[in-house]
Design a protein around this ligand. Structure first.
Ligand SMILES: [Zn+2]
Length: 184
């Protein structure tokens, strides 16, 4: 039994060493990432104006900075539990380039992706992920799960978090504050 535990511990240590840990240091973001995050924040504001939780996303071609798709959260408008901003933007980007593989792309989203969206990021073989605020309730990149860097999955993504995080968190806070204020 001690031998088995030692082997398991060894394996775990190797797995952990092999896994790139997503940096929460927004210093890794490029100028293009920050510019795209500003764009995503404007989309999040549009979402709030339509009574949607303010989350926005942009997918751009990493090499050229060309915007392929953008979206905001549309769960209420579409009555669709899957209509998260980054999911919609990834699907539109895949249509735009005629390829479901988004390995040449960077996904920029104002809030840390949930398990569904982080799963899609892995399945779409996204090249890079840049997100704003962390999500203590659903974050699946660094907070609750680490789906984008799990060595057991077949694809790992370079992830940078915390980019303009305060702006993103501020939008979410004021949205929910207004909502509470309006409820009877
Ligand atoms: Zn999501």
């Amino acid at each position: 039994m001690p031998g088995l535990l030692a082997r398991l511990g060894d394996r775990l240590a190797r797995m952990l060493r092999g896994a790139p840990v997503p940096a929460l240091d927004p210093g890794g973001a490029t100028d293009a990432d920050v510019e795209m995050m500003r764009r995503a924040l404007r989309l999040a504001e549009s979402a709030a104006e339509q009574d949607e939780v303010p989350v926005g996303a942009v997918v751009y071609r990493t090499a050229t900075g060309e915007v392929l798709a953008e979206a905001f959260n549309r769960r209420e408008i579409d009555n669709d539990p899957a209509a998260h901003a980054e999911l919609l933007a990834m699907r539109a980007a895949a249509q735009a380039i005629g390829d479901w593989r988004l390995s040449e792309c960077t996904v920029v989203v104002t809030l840390e992706p949930c398990p569904m969206c982080a799963g899609l990021i892995v399945n779409a073989r996204v090249g890079r992920l840049v997100f704003g605020a962390s999500d203590p309730k659903a974050g699946a990149v660094v907070t609750l799960y680490r789906l984008c860097s799990d060595p057991r999955l077949n694809h790992r993504i370079e992830a940078i978090g915390g980019v303009l995080a305060e702006e993103s968190a501020g939008l979410l806070r004021s949205f929910f504050r207004n909502k509470r204020g309006r409820s009877p």
